[in-house]
Design a protein around this ligand. Structure first.
Ligand SMILES: NC(=O)c1ccc[n+]([C@@H]2O[C@H](COP(=O)([O-])OP(=O)(O)OC[C@H]3O[C@@H](n4cnc5c(N)ncnc54)[C@H](O)[C@@H]3O)[C@@H](O)[C@H]2O)c1
Length: 252
């Protein structure tokens, strides 16, 4: 039985994972980290990583970039692998994650859905085939409580497309005013409203034709199930950075 710690256990995703693991035969939740003590969680919840007493085999983190420093200090000191699903990290924090992966296994993805990971491959193919003559615009839509913009998934899709171009494009987040002629850019646009779980659209607009690849998540369960799969897979891996491609190669 693997012992999991959920960072952000009181949040929407943390609770979802806590519930999924209630009747799991291979993994159980032994504690959580969350500065806001959540109701209805029957395992110890700590305000930070310094006070954890339980034996932990893997961390599942759906919280906030604010948790990262304590989490990496704990994970590297104890050699505990971490599945990092939070988004909105600074460049410095992304470097810190890479550094920590030299000491323990870290799984990081901005999106745990199989569909979005297929979409990454589809937009790479589209960028490769359509070439540099098509404008690329990414539109993402999320619920009105999401704190970061653009979404980590939109940035992941932009990176996938840009990786196919010989001449790299700049990211332009939203446009307003007299923006002038378009330069060598990928536009990224965030829409926030209601309870939208997560929608991503990558539009390739050329002369006289438009190709659009879209994905729509209808429930958070899709992310929670992917994260649990990753958390069961990661403890057998040695130190390093892992993502959905590594997991899918192994389990599909
Ligand atoms: N990778 C994916 O597939 C995926 C999918 C959904 C959400 N996310 C990301 O996961 C994160 C959480 O999403 P959510 O919808 O559950 O948000 P949420 O706001 O409902 O929950 C966040 C939780 O983290 C807690 N938290 C805040 N600061 C903390 C800290 N320093 N240490 C520990 N806990 C802390 C909050 O108290 C809250 O309970 C976001 O960054 C979101 O973008 C990723």
């Amino acid at each position: 039985m693997l012992n999991a710690l959920i960072c952000g256990i009181g949040g929407k995703m943390g609770r979802n994972i806590f519930e999924i693991l209630q009747n799991d035969e291979k993994m159980r939740v032994v504690c959580g980290v969350d500065p806001h003590t959540p109701e209805g969680i029957n395992v110890p919840v700590y305000a930070d990583f310094k006070h954890i007493n339980e034996d932990v085999d893997v961390i599942i983190d759906f919280s906030s970039p604010a948790a990262l420093e304590g989490e990496l200090a704990y994970a590297t000191a104890k050699g505990v692998p971490a599945v990092i699903a939070s988004t909105g990290f600074s460049q410095e924090q992304l470097e810190a994650i890479k550094e920590a992966s030299k000491k323990t296994a870290i799984f990081k993805t901005a999106n745990f859905s199989l569909g979005v990971n297929l979409m990454v491959n589809l937009v790479k193919k589209a960028a490769d085939v359509l070439g540099e003559n098509f404008d690329v615009e990414i539109i993402e839509r999320h619920h009105n409580k999401k704190v970061d913009a653009p979404s980590g998934t939109a940035l992941m899709l932009a990176e996938a497309v840009n990786g196919e171009f010989a001449e790299k494009r700049n990211y332009v987040e939203g446009r307003s005013g007299m923006v002038g002629r378009r330069g060598n850019e990928i536009g990224i646009h965030a829409v926030r409203g209601g309870t939208i779980v997560g929608e991503h659209e990558v539009m390739f607009a050329g002369d006289d034709e438009i190709i659009t690849v879209t994905h729509s998540a209808r429930s958070k369960r899709v992310f929670a199930a992917g994260a649990v799969k990753a958390a069961k897979w990661l403890p057998s891996k040695s130190a390093g950075m892992y993502d959905m491609n590594d997991l899918l190669k192994d389990i599909l």
